[in-house]
Design a protein around this ligand. Structure first.
Ligand SMILES: [Zn+2]
Length: 395
């Protein structure tokens, strides 16, 4: 019998640092951080924003993403029904323009971005020190009620689809309008979900009505995710998930990715927002009227003016509040069913210490402060989504 006298086999006390507090920044750098939802690509298309360089405004660019340790970004392909129709060729064109803009990031600057389509891609790209770009279709308007378009978008790189944004479709109800209260999936909607399952596209329930949520959970044979929602038990908003819904998502193997928008995470915020909105809406209408350009550009100008007013007038919120929602999901469903879905560049206010992608380390600090282990934090930041992608795509 040979006895190897390596330090590991000696009786000396281990030299590991497991007893000392983990270094938040080292853990944050090591973890694969995946954000499930940002609206930045509309800035790229409508304003020509160059997100390869540091931007003075907004929430996301490559420089700040690197500072914040962001490894993979799902860009939302968002078709606003008001301007582009809730279906039809204009919605398709609008989605296609945004997809082209996301794909151009990696094509033009492969030193910064790489297009990813799978969990394996994300792991490889993160290992290379690049930022993985992915896409999710926010609202099924651009499907244009043709089932073959689901595969078209999958082939272009779209890896999740939420059936509806704030306007219901004939085949799926939204949480944002009255018809959604009684509308779930119809037969076409169920076909869309089954087609996504077949292709390996994740099914997203953020924005859908409660009825649609339950129809999706019943129909999908693969994990179901909420890409940017909070817990309704903390903030009672139809965009957030009830405790029962969170448990049901976990039951599919999916995850609830917690959003940063104060209206969904901070109790009392949306009531204060209503009051402030009543005071500023006329001025914002004027900003939009005077802004040059297309309806989308006017909307961006309006959103920016609103963000400035909110920064002055609204009560502050923090990463701790976002973590309250993470805690809620973990208590209900376990630490394996939660993720991050900032909604950066789609929201007109942020937590003060999560003001852009550069601030992501603050989230890791707060999670560690709350007693999550290093492996818990790695799973919350991205590990859980890698697992969901593997289960969805079978890679
Ligand atoms: Zn959204």
């Amino acid at each position: 019998m040979t006895e190897q006298n390596s330090p590991a086999n000696s009786d000396a006390p281990p030299q590991s640092t497991t007893d000392s507090a983990p270094d938040p920044l080292a853990l944050h750098r090591r973890a694969i951080l995946i954000d499930m939802h940002a609206d930045t690509v509309q800035r790229v298309v409508d304003e020509g924003a160059d997100i390869n360089a540091r931007l003075a405004d907004g929430h996301l660019d490559a420089v700040r993403a690197r500072e914040g340790g962001l490894d993979a970004q799902f860009f939302s392909i968002w078709v606003e029904p008001e301007y582009f129709g809730a279906g039809g060729s204009r919605a398709v064109e609008r989605a296609d323009a945004q997809i082209a803009a996301v794909r151009a990031l990696a094509e033009e600057r492969p030193d910064i971005w790489r297009q990813a389509g799978s969990a394996a891609d994300i792991r490889r790209i993160a290992g290379e020190g690049k930022i993985a770009t992915l896409m999710g279709l926010e609202g099924g308007y651009a499907i244009d009620e043709r089932i073959e378009n689901v595969e078209k978008y999958f082939r272009l790189g779209v890896r999740y689809l939420s059936a509806a944004w704030t306007v219901s479709l004939p085949w799926a109800g939204s949480s944002g309008d009255e018809v959604g209260a009684t509308r779930g999936l119809n037969d076409f909607g169920r076909r869309v979900v089954r087609e996504m399952n077949r292709l390996g596209m994740m099914v997203d329930v953020s924005h859908v009505s409660d009825k649609t949520f339950w129809d999706i959970v019943e129909t999908s044979a693969k994990p179901v995710i909420a890409t940017h929602s909070g817990a309704r038990a903390i903030v009672d908003h139809p965009r957030n998930l009830t405790d029962e819904q969170i448990v049901a998502l976990a039951g599919t193997g999916g995850a609830c990715c917690v959003v940063f928008y104060p209206a969904f995470v901070e109790p009392g915020w949306k009531e204060a927002q209503k009051k402030v909105d009543a005071e500023i809406n006329d001025a914002l209408d004027e900003v939009a009227r005077l802004a040059p350009g297309s309806p989308s550009q006017k909307k961006l100008a309006r959103d920016r003016a609103r963000a400035a007013e909110y920064a002055r007038r609204m009560p502050p919120t923090s990463a701790a509040r976002v973590c309250d929602h993470i805690d809620r999901v973990v208590r209900l469903a376990g630490v394996g069913h939660v993720g991050i879905g900032s909604d950066f560049d789609g929201i007109q206010a942020t937590p003060r210490d999560l003001a852009s992608v550069a601030d992501y380390p603050n989230l890791t600090r707060e999670l560690l402060r709350r007693g999550y282990t290093e492996s818990d934090v790695e799973n919350i930041l991205g590990g859980n989504i890698l697992r969901v992608m593997e289960q969805t795509q079978g890679d």
